[in-house]
Ligand binder design. Structure first.
Ligand code: ADP
Length: 596
């Protein structure tokens, strides 16, 4: 999958790398030619232009091969690096684009830290290993084959001795393989857990501080880190022993070659040039074997890394587009839930026969106890999940038949926990329309009742909001989110009201902004405030994944006990808020009294 787009470059680099290896394997034979020719000349006391010419020819050939090999090797380095970076880019981007479509189940299983690890660590490690195997391992094997052939032409017995000693490092490495692979896999899982915890801690620093758990968390993290480092150290010990074994085997081979070769030279059965060539081959043969041994940990880690990359790539997607999905035409705003059933991870039904038809432009408030299924309605409407039974229809079209991005582009979503990025106010408002001119951004902010407070900030629209928008209050964040949704000019608005108490000014500003915004758009509000509920055209009372009440405030107070209970509960919360304006309570109090 990642090899094919680079196939030509990989092929070219591989051929060049093989050519460089074969040239290197020929070098000792050329050295032998030069030395033996020199020896012959000196023994025969020959002189003259013919001898000089022959000598110059051999030396020039030797130099040319050496220079060619150097240039080729430099080219291989550059080209293999380009292949590696290309593959790394493709791997990273494939994993990254998969992240946004992963099911929430997979997100939960792998965790944020694990997913980041797959993108930041595992993907580059896999690409590096591929490049090492393709452009180092294969050429080294080619070198070894040519070198073995070259040596066998010089002397059989010495070749046999060298070749007997040559595999010793590989044998030692293989013996270490199982224990090292197990350690690597364990360590990999361990890093993922450390990263996940670390990410969680950073996100939840407020909670950590609130419970004064900083030191405990720090100690826990450092203890794990220490364990991981100890494990790495044990692995390095084993790797070092393997390297020493390889070095000793090479030393033994040199001694054997010098002893056997020296004897043969004295007896006149081997030339000095051949002995030198043999010594060259010992260095040449053992260096690549040593490198293959060194390559082994890289490929071993890469195999584990690749496993985790493919674990992400093969993971199930959440409600992907159907093969024949079509783009969604402009939405009028008729939304129908047709006997919708849905449950998370085979758990009990979060929605159980949810059945409602909403007319274009209607404002529907969803109310119900916590866990009754209100947010699930939003998720199904945005097709974060598909229903297990029944259908969700937009303007008569089954949501499953549409390209979901084209639907979501026409939705304005204001979540309860507004996510702001550490960027300017203007950039945050323009998140869904990055190219929007400043006037439009300001118009959206005005419509969202945010302009005034923005202008009071030190740098106005260019004020940085801090990570997660920490520099702003809850009500301000929500108004930024409304402006953000405004700018998209959506046909359908999904508004999840903040449960947290907003200050009175913010609450009034948010309510006013919402009232202006929902005009002419189909609007769903998960409502927690009586003012919002009263404003809605229609209230759906949700309980245990079903609609148990559908109507206006007054009707429901009388007809729906669940609704009456909720209103009563809300009133007691409001009453406990000292800053609540008295008239808001008075308006609702008689109904609540009736309901109680
Ligand atoms: P509400 O928004 O009304 O508080 P939700 O729609 O969030 O309710 O939840 C409905 C039910 O589904 C609850 O029982 C809740 O525990 C469960 N639920 C919600 N989200 C998930 C999830 N991601 N995984 C498993 N269960 C969930």
């Amino acid at each position: 999958m990642f090899v094919r787009p680079n196939a030509r470059r990989i092929g070219f680099t591989l051929v060049l790398a093989l050519a460089v290896s074969v040239a290197s394997a020929y070098e000792p034979l050329l050295l032998r030619l030069v030395v033996d020719r020199l020896a012959a000349v000196s023994v025969a006391h020959e002189t003259g232009p013919a001898v000089r010419q022959a000598l110059t020819g051999v030396i020039a050939l030797f130099a040319a091969v050496l220079a060619g090999r150097l240039l080729g090797a430099a080219w291989v380095t550059t080209s293999s690096c380009a292949v590696r970076l290309n593959m790394e880019y493709q791997l990273r981007s494939t994993v990254a684009s998969k992240l946004s479509v992963l099911s929430s189940k997979t997100h939960g299983e792998i965790g944020t830290g694990g997913l980041r690890f797959a993108v930041d660590e595992s993907a580059p490690q896999s690409a590096r290993a591929f490049s090492d195997v393709a452009f180092r391992l294969l050429p080294m094997l080619a070198y070894l084959s040519v070198a073995a052939w070259g040596m066998s032409r010089l002397d059989g017995s010495i070749t046999a001795a060298v070749l007997c000693l040559a595999p010793i490092p590989a044998v030692v490495a293989l013996a270490a393989k199982r224990i090292q692979a197990k350690r690597d896999r364990m360590l990999h899982g361990f890093w993922i857990r450390i990263w996940s915890r670390y990410t969680e801690l950073l996100n939840g620093m407020g909670t950590v501080r609130a419970f004064a758990m900083e030191r405990v968390e720090e100690r826990r993290l450092m203890r794990r880190m220490k364990w991981a480092f100890a494990s790495i150290q044990r692995g390095v010990h084993i790797d070092a022993r393997v390297t020493v074994a390889a070095g000793l085997a090479e030393l033994a081979a040199r001694v054997v070659v010098l002893t056997l070769g020296g004897l043969l030279v004295v007896r006149g059965e081997l030339t000095v040039g051949s002995l030198l060539a043999f010594l060259g081959y010992v260095g040449g043969v053992f260096a690549p074997i040593q490198q293959i041994v060194d390559l082994y940990p890289t490929t071993r880690k890469a195999a584990v890394a690749l496993e985790s990359v493919f674990h992400v790539l093969d993971a199930e997607e959440e409600a992907p587009d159907a093969a024949d999905a079509r783009p969604c035409p402009p939405i009028r705003g008729e939304i129908v839930f047709e006997n919708v059933r849905f449950g998370y991870r085979d758990q009990q039904r979060a929605l159980d026969g949810f059945d409602v038809a909403v007319r274009p432009g209607e404002t529907v408030a969803l109310v119900g106890p916590s866990g009754s299924g209100k947010s699930t309605v939003f998720r199904l409407l945005q097709r974060v999940h598909n229903p297990n039974g029944g259908r969700v229809l937009i303007d008569g079209r089954d949501l499953r038949s549409l390209e979901i991005a084209s639907v979501r582009q026409q939705f304005g979503v204001v979540p309860q926990d507004v996510v702001l990025f550490n960027d300017s106010i203007a950039a945050n408002i323009a998140y869904g329309r990055p190219a929007a001119p400043r006037e439009q951004v300001m118009a959206a902010a005005m419509a969202a009742n945010a302009h005034e407070f923005i202008m009071r900030l030190p740098h106005g629209y260019d004020t940085k909001v801090g990570e997660g928008g920490r520099a702003l209050s809850g009500g301000q964040r929500q108004r930024i989110a409304i402006a953000r949704a405004f700018l998209v000019n959506p046909s359908v608005l999904l508004f999840d009201e903040a449960t947290a108490a907003l200050d009175t000014e913010s609450e009034v500003a948010v309510q006013d902004a919402l009232r202006a915004f929902r005009r002419g758009r189909t609007t769903f509000i998960i409502a927690h405030r009586l003012n919002t509920v009263r404003d809605a055209d229609r209230i759906l009372v949700v309980s245990d994944g079903r609609i148990v009440g559908d109507g206006r405030h007054q009707e429901l107070i009388a007809s729906c006990p669940t609704y009456a209970r909720l209103v009563h509960h809300q009133l007691s919360i409001d009453a406990s808020r000292e800053d609540e304006p008295a008239d808001a309570m008075e308006l609702e109090a008689p109904h609540a009294g009736m309901a109680a």
